[in-house]
Ligand binder design. Structure first.
Ligand code: 6PG
Length: 239
């Protein structure tokens, strides 16, 4: 894919990593998702497991995807969440509310939507993730501190054992509000594709840290394919 920018590729450990510098991150996100769903393993009769995120970049991405609703077989989509804040589902800070407002309220019903219901606990959501076999595409963001999902620098959630797919979490620095629930690095590693979207100069230092191999949480995400859609402001010198 060439979306008006440089395309760089690098390989690290067991993962294939691709970085696209793009002018319009939400539109590029929609392009990648529409294409991945169309090419889903197993063909038209098979389902596609999409894991969604929170944050303002994610909101813009889901609005862009909603504007392409006619290109997606929604009845084949199983949608899960990568992380959630420990608030009511209709709280303005709830990621599930963000997903409803920006995407689900504007498209046909998916086969299933499984919000992270914090009251049910992380173990229950971990079983839900295990039952989906493997996520086809996990959408992730990048925080200015290098966090992704609710995996924060120095957080115990980064040390979850291999069998644990979801875990309670919080930001030890206190900068990011709310107790959280998040998928673990082990759950993310099951994905066919981890798709990061990064936008704005405030993310430039964090993205530089990822590119230089510093062990910030986002850099520790492994999946079959790890793909980054980064705007020129966030890409900084790499753009
Ligand atoms: C959340 C997210 C979080 C987010 C990053 C980046 O619940 O907030 O899942 O990991 O993706 O903080 O968000 P932005 O790119 O929107 O700043």
């Amino acid at each position: 894919m060439t979306v008006g920018g440089a395309v760089m590729a690098m390989v690290a450990r067991v993962r294939a990593v691709r970085i696209d510098v793009v002018d319009d991150v939400p539109q590029a996100f929609a392009d990648v998702v529409v294409d991945a769903v169309a090419r889903r393993p197993g063909g038209p009769a098979s389902s596609f497991c999409l894991v969604l995120s929170g944050g303002p970049t994610a909101r813009r991405c889901y609005e862009a995807l909603a504007s392409r609703a006619a290109e997606v077989p929604w009845a084949r989509l199983v949608i899960l969440m990568g992380d959630e804040r420990c608030v009511d589902g209709d709280d303005p800070d709830a990621n599930q509310r963000l997903v409803r407002e920006s995407l689900l309220d504007h498209v046909p019903a998916p086969a299933a939507f499984h919000p992270m219901t914090v009251a049910d606990g992380a173990a229950a959501y971990g079983r839900r993730v295990a039952a989906t076999f493997r996520p086809d595409l996990v959408h992730l963001g990048l925080g200015p501190d290098g966090h992704t999902a609710s995996l924060f620098p120095g957080s115990d959630a980064l040390c979850a054992p291999p069998g644990q797919l979801a875990i309670d979490s919080c930001d030890p620095s206190g900068r990011n509000p709310h107790q959280r629930m998040t998928l673990t690095l082990h759950a993310l590693a099951r994905a066919r594709m981890a798709l990061f979207t990064v936008s704005g100069a405030a993310k430039a230092d964090a993205f530089a840290a990822v590119r230089s191999g510093m062990p910030v949480p986002a850099h520790r995400v492994c999946a079959e394919h790890v793909r980054w859609l980064v705007d020129p402001e966030a890409a900084g010198a790499a753009a």
